[in-house]
Design a protein around this ligand. Structure first.
Ligand code: NAD
Length: 489
């Protein structure tokens, strides 16, 4: 079995204990991972805290920090095939997806490398004579970054990029499911030449590692991606250290298709929106809202396409859909589909574990037709390839159904009517709205949600400001002594 190590203060080392990671395609253990215990977490945070003020990091110019980030991006670009193979092995995400995605993540490091010396403080034209006031943007401090198992390298890049550009130091916790790609990524951080302690990469359970990390008194900032329930724990954990928190959480994103939309375009967007990454994506377009005249032709096309998806080994370049990452996900998907069908959802295709894959965590592409939104498959996030379809007649009805969700992460609007597209953009409650496209992302564009989908935004230039705090500086330019406060004038 392959062994992985944690990375603390510039040193690769064993964890307090270890655990097996399962290959989702076979359900068998394939690697031994280091589990950080509370003492490891404490050492990692202290290393980050020491590094924050040490001249080797604090003394660098912003341009030099950018240089290190650029080098990290270059190394990531070179290592993309190796990391893609690891992510595919550990998460079951197909190699066709991991290959392209990881190569693109380098752009995030390059983008924040370029921004490192382009954000600045401010001069304030203050209303007091003789006073010079300026604002310094200083690194906020030690960042605890936590990611879930899907797309760990990507979800880390949107945290590490702005954090390091701002001059912070980081303890990054890989998810305990499928941590291999991030633990391997630590080798690139090391090779890029970041001083010891600036970036520490560990993994472990929520209780022993995640909780200790997010409640640590030396942590000033928590950047979390994961589920809403864990997010509530995180907020409670930070009641003690009062860390500044951003939360990127789940979704139940609507794809709204009007009758005038291009059928091929909608069909491809829906298929990639829900079946890419086997549906294990926070922005999965898991609720399809279709205007009635388009319903029959679109459903026929979608079912045909779903049935033709080639399910197979994730490392086979011919495979179009691989397994889910964990057995837990597979069991949850089965249970939610059964419950939804029992409550009235109509199963159009899939809904079961496909034959011929032994103990692998596979789940068939599934489409459910739903008369209303009161079904578990419409309400709950699956994180599986399950699409719930609802029909609507009017624009108002479409908006009402789209907004009838505790989540508000993303939405897709498909129409050729420009004015209607703009009305939907204004009315739909989501952090990202795609019009006649779906899933487009870029380092330059902020990302985040409303309601149970989260708090704050990641990506884009402004993300750096979230890793800084303002210091207001007052400078008295007068040579005259200050007035005596006890002498009346
Ligand atoms: P999760 O919430 O279970 O785990 C996320 C991380 O939190 C893991 O590292 C875990 O160890 C840690 N953790 C667990 N309990 C903790 C605690 N008490 N204190 C501190 N840390 C703790 O997430 P998951 O179920 O593995 O991932 C799926 C979720 O992530 C979905 O809801 C999905 O939508 C969401 N997600 C969101 C985005 C986004 O950008 N909005 C992206 C990907 C995934």
């Amino acid at each position: 079995m392959q062994r992985f190590l944690q990375y603390i203060n510039g040193v690769f080392e064993e964890g307090a204990s270890s655990f097996e990671s399962l290959d989702p395609a076979s359900g068998q253990p394939w690697a031994l991972m280091p589990a950080a215990g509370p003492a490891d977490v404490d050492r990692a945070v202290r290393a980050a805290h020491d590094a924050l003020h040490a001249p080797a990091w604090a003394g660098l110019t912003a341009s030099a920090r950018g240089g290190l980030l650029r080098r990290l991006g270059d190394l990531l670009s070179e290592a993309a095939p190796r990391l893609a193979a690891l992510e595919t092995r550990d998460t079951g995400k197909i190699i066709r997806e991991t290959g392209g995605q990881i190569a693109y993540i380098a752009q995030y490091y390059h983008y924040y490398a370029g921004l490192a010396d382009k954000f600045a403080g401010q001069h304030v034209p203050v209303d007091k004579p003789d006073m010079e006031v300026f604002l310094r943007r200083e690194p906020i401090g030690v960042v605890a970054a936590l990611v879930p198992w899907n797309s760990q390298l990507f979800l880390s890049a949107v945290k590490l990029g702005p954090a390091l550009a701002a001059g912070c130091t980081v303890v990054l916790k890989a998810a305990e499911d499928a941590p291999a790609p991030l633990l391997e990524f630590a080798r690139l951080v090391h090779e890029a030449g970041f001083p010891p302690g600036v970036v520490n990469i560990i993994t472990g359970t929520g209780a022993d590692c995640g909780q200790v990390l997010t409640s640590h008194p030396l942590v000033a900032r928590v950047a979390f991606t994961g589920g809403p329930e864990t997010a509530r724990h995180i907020v409670r954990n930070t009641a003690d250290n009062l860390a500044y928190v951003t939360l990127e959480l789940g979704g139940k994103s609507p794809v709204i298709a009007f009758a005038d939309a291009d059928l091929d375009n909608v069909c491809n967007a829906v298929i990639s929106g829900i079946f890419a990454a086997s549906g294990q994506s926070c922005v999965a377009g898991s609720r399809l809202l279709v205007q009635r005249p388009l319903l029959a032709p679109l459903l026929a096309r979608l079912c045909e396409k779903a049935a033709a998806i080639r399910i197979g080994a994730p490392d086979d370049t011919g495979t179009q859909m691989g397994p889910l990452a964990t057995r837990r996900q597979q069991s949850r998907a089965l249970a939610l589909v059964r419950e939804s069908v029992a409550q009235g959802a109509q199963l159009l295709c899939g809904g079961s574990v496909p034959d011929g894959f032994g103990g692998g965590f596979y789940f068939a592409p599934t489409i459910l037709y739903c008369e209303n939104s009161d079904l578990p498959c419409v309400r709950e996030e699956f994180f599986a390839p399950v699409l719930s379809v609802l029909a609507f007649d009017t624009e108002e009805e479409a908006i009402a159904i789209a907004n009838d969700s505790k989540f508000g992460l993303a939405a897709g609007v498909f129409t050729r009517d420009l004015a209607r597209a703009h009305r939907l953009v204004r009315s739909v409650r989501a952090g990202v709205v795609w019009v006649n496209t779906y899933r487009a992302i870029s380092p330059m564009v902020p990302f985040g949600g409303f309601g149970e989908s989260g708090l704050g935004r990641e990506g884009g230039a402004e993300a750096i400001l979230d890793y800084t705090r303002t210091k207001s500086v007052w400078l008295n330019l007068s040579d005259a002594p200050l007035p005596d406060p006890f002498v009346m004038r």
